[in-house]
Design a protein around this ligand. Structure first.
Ligand SMILES: Cc1cc2nc3c(=O)[nH]c(=O)nc-3n(C[C@H](O)[C@H](O)[C@H](O)COP(=O)(O)O)c2cc1C
Length: 183
């Protein structure tokens, strides 16, 4: 019995060959969440939802004003939970809706709170059509020691059936490629 599995003690566990990935997302009306769940489904990555300490209104029109005010004040709304062992992750899929041509300010809170150095950030956005707006450069300037790869932008109506777009994105990125870009 030459290829005995008992030999496995001499080899590295397979997990060290792969990068550890975390999906972090904020979603108010569920579109970004749908994309986040699809990424989780296709990658098996861990997932963390950014939930505000103080929940947002359910009223869309009121939210428009609140979001605008938060931006004007450069607010950092508090996040209810924290990610455990954030250091273990090499790749962070970061998802958010476009709010007034920017990220929701609570995503800034997350970027402020965690150390992204040496990590790869794979951004994804859902929007009414604006796409990423200027958010990629914002992430790059907030996290200068991270590598930000080509993101995935979906319209809010595409977000309910994101499987094909997500799989194309993931394969175009290429898991190995992403890891190689690290550091
Ligand atoms: C406060 C607010 C501001 C928005 N501003 C924009 C915008 O500037 N451009 C755009 O294309 N869509 C805008 N939208 C639409 C959202 O980006 C879109 O509906 C998104 O898919 C919502 O994601 P969610 O369901 O994950 O919250 C805005 C929505 C809200 C609530």
């Amino acid at each position: 019995n030459n290829d005995s599995e008992e030999n496995s003690t001499s080899s590295e566990p397979e997990a060290t060959m792969d990068s550890e990935a975390l999906i972090v997302y904020f979603s108010w009306s569920g579109n970004t969440e749908s994309v986040a769940n699809e990424i989780a489904h296709q990658t098996g990555a861990d997932i963390f939802e950014i939930i505000p300490e103080e929940s947002y209104t359910d009223d869309y029109d009121a939210l428009l004003d609140i979001a605008q005010e938060e931006q004007a004040n450069n607010a950092r709304p508090e996040i209810a939970e924290t990610v455990e062992d954030f250091e273990q992750y090499d790749v962070v899929y970061l998802g958010y809706p476009n709010w007034w041509g920017d990220m929701p300010m609570i995503v800034y809170t997350f970027l402020d709170d965690y150390d992204f150095s040496e990590k790869t950030i794979a951004p994804f956005v859902t929007s009414g059509g604006s796409g990423f707006s200027g958010t990629i450069s914002t992430i790059e300037s907030m996290e200068p020691d991270a590598v930000v790869v080509e993101g995935l932008s979906l319209g809010s109506s595409e977000a309910s059936e994101p499987a094909d777009a997500v799989s194309e994105w993931l394969s175009s990125m290429g898991q190995n490629n992403v890891v190689l870009k690290k550091g």
